[in-house]
Design a protein around this ligand. Structure first.
Ligand code: HEM
Length: 473
């Protein structure tokens, strides 16, 4: 098993990547789709700081496929239902993740499920899938409830809470316990504040492009490396302890430790660390953003929160958490609000890829070896697909309206063989946290709060989410 490894990256040094990109572009055998292909620092800055309007303008001017030069390289964007289906499902094998323009993430995550391609990717997915079966996810609800209740104990009416930072801490603890059986109050986890380390590491991806080239001390890169080393201590410590004690459970870590191929080969500690780091990152960062954006919108539209609460209270047993109902998405008001939150703010907003062979889409040729991205965020805001896309309207996801959506129109969890492996886990977690908060508290935004969004690389509120805790009547 250890013999199967993902291919090495062609280059890791950012300057060599830049040179290689330029060479690949010169070697293209077909022209790039039309678009804004001249060098522009202003466009690059816009792409980093506020990409959504830029992508929507591109769609309006050029249609569902167009090129933008971002910093030094041409990047192809494909938007809308047909484009999403093309990249994630019907032609997925012509698109690879590993050499995409998000490959910088490999410095933190290593070679886990997110950053590898088939056949390595297929094998990792097969090993871990049993841990994401329905019954395993339902079994995690105990951890989700107890951790959320513990975190809510500190809330008092009138207090100001940064809901984004609060959720990051909570979601990290839930992921550690439910996915890996790590005790978040154990010695190692107390010494290393995993949520803070992720915040520190991920800040690299929110920094200006020019700083990302620097590799010296006190740069975003150095801070990423420092955080990664500390997180490694936590993860390798757990792997070591589990190997030594033989302790196993129903968690993903147990599956990774015991995975064997026909020749008896097993995964190395490094391979297990990479899968753990990937799941820990993907498993807490996206849910943190989703909970934050949901409560931001509920504060602006309190009548939706009232409906969620009324629905809970109408259940036999009142506001008690019902695992089956939460798992099935049977709380309709909550479900529509969650789906609309993920439409308006899909945390994993971009699907970065590199094309393998040249291809044609919507009458436009695209070279092989080109950066090609789909974007759920932009696709969820197309005015010819969504009526009043900027409005927060959970009723878009009432059963009949949802059934009428075009295939590929709504893709907060991606699609095809790379569909989010943690989708059910993430949905259950957000529903649980939202149910417990709504049952007890009404959250309000400070009068002067204005939402701006950063990408790090998932989207989240740039300044956190300060909210005032109010009593739920
Ligand atoms: C609201 C919560 C979540 C959202 C919106 C979300 C979204 C996504 C999206 C869009 C992708 C596909 C990216 C692409 O096509 O390049 C993805 C992949 C992935 N997600 Fe999630 N995710 C969520 C929660 C989770 C959780 C809780 C976990 C882990 C427990 C997780 C683990 C992963 C992994 C490992 C992948 C890579 C899958 C593969 O390539 O086979 N995600 N996620």
């Amino acid at each position: 098993m250890t013999a199967l490894t993902p291919p090495s990256l062609r280059h890791e040094n950012p300057f060599r990547i830049l040179m290689q990109d330029l060479a690949d572009e010169r070697a293209a055998t077909v022209p790039y789709p039309p678009g804004d292909t001249g060098f522009s620092l202003a466009r690059t800055k816009r792409f980093i700081e506020d990409p959504l309007p830029l992508l929507l303008e591109g769609y309006e001017r050029y249609g569902p496929i167009f090129t933008l030069r971002v910093l030094h390289s041409n990047v192809v964007f494909m938007l809308g239902p047909a484009a999403n289906h093309y990249i994630t499902v019907s032609h997925a094998s012509n698109f690879q993740w590993r050499e995409s323009h998000f490959r910088d993430l490999i410095a933190l995550l290593g070679d886990g499920l997110l950053t590898t391609d088939d056949p390595y990717h297929r094998r990792s997915r097969a090993i871990m899938l049993p841990a994401f079966h329905r019954e395993r996810i339902v079994a995690s609800i105990g951890v989700m409830v107890s951790e959320t209740e513990r975190a809510l104990e500190r809330w008092v009416v009138g207090a100001r809470v940064d809901v984004y930072a609060w959720t990051r801490k909570l979601a990290t603890r839930i992921a550690m316990r439910a996915l890996f059986g790590i005790d978040p109050d154990g010695r190692a986890a107390r010494e290393i504040d995993a949520a803070a380390m992720f915040e520190q590491a991920l800040a690299f991806y929110a920094s200006a492009y020019q700083y990302r080239f620097l590799r010296t001390s006190r740069t975003p890169w150095a801070r990423l490396q420092e955080a990664s080393r500390k997180l490694n201590r936590l993860l390798y410590g757990e792997i070591c302890e589990r190997r030594a004690s033989g302790r196993r459970g129903e968690d993903v870590l147990s599956l990774l430790l015991d995975a064997q191929d026909e020749d008896g080969g097993t995964l190395t500690d490094g391979q297990i660390r990479d899968e753990m780091m990937t799941l820990l990152f993907a498993g807490h960062d996206t849910t943190t953003s989703t909970v934050s954006f949901m409560f931001y919108e509920l504060a602006r539209h309190p009548w939706f929160a009232d409906r969620i609460v009324a629905e809970q209270r109408a259940l036999p047993g009142g506001a008690a958490v019902d695992a089956e109902l939460l798992m099935s998405g049977g709380l309709k008001e909550l479900e529509m609000t969650l789906e609309e939150t993920l439409r308006k703010y899909p945390p994993a907003w971009i699907g970065p890829r590199k094309s393998v062979e040249p291809f044609e889409f919507n009458g436009c040729a695209v070279p092989g070896g080109a950066y090609v991205n789909y974007s759920s965020w932009a696709s969820h805001h197309l005015p010819d697909v969504w009526e009043q896309p900027d409005a927060f309207r959970p009723e878009r996801f009432a059963p009949e309206a949802k059934a009428a959506l075009a295939k590929g129109a709504y893709i907060p969890f991606g699609g095809g063989s790379r569909t989010c492996i943690g989708m059910r886990f993430g949905q259950l977690e957000v529903r649980t946290i939202a149910t417990l908060i709504c049952g007890r508290f009404a959250l309000e935004l400070p009068a002067d709060f204005e939402l701006t969004i950063r990408q790090m690389p998932t989207i989240s509120p740039r300044e956190g989410l300060p909210m005032i805790v109010g009593e739920r009547s």
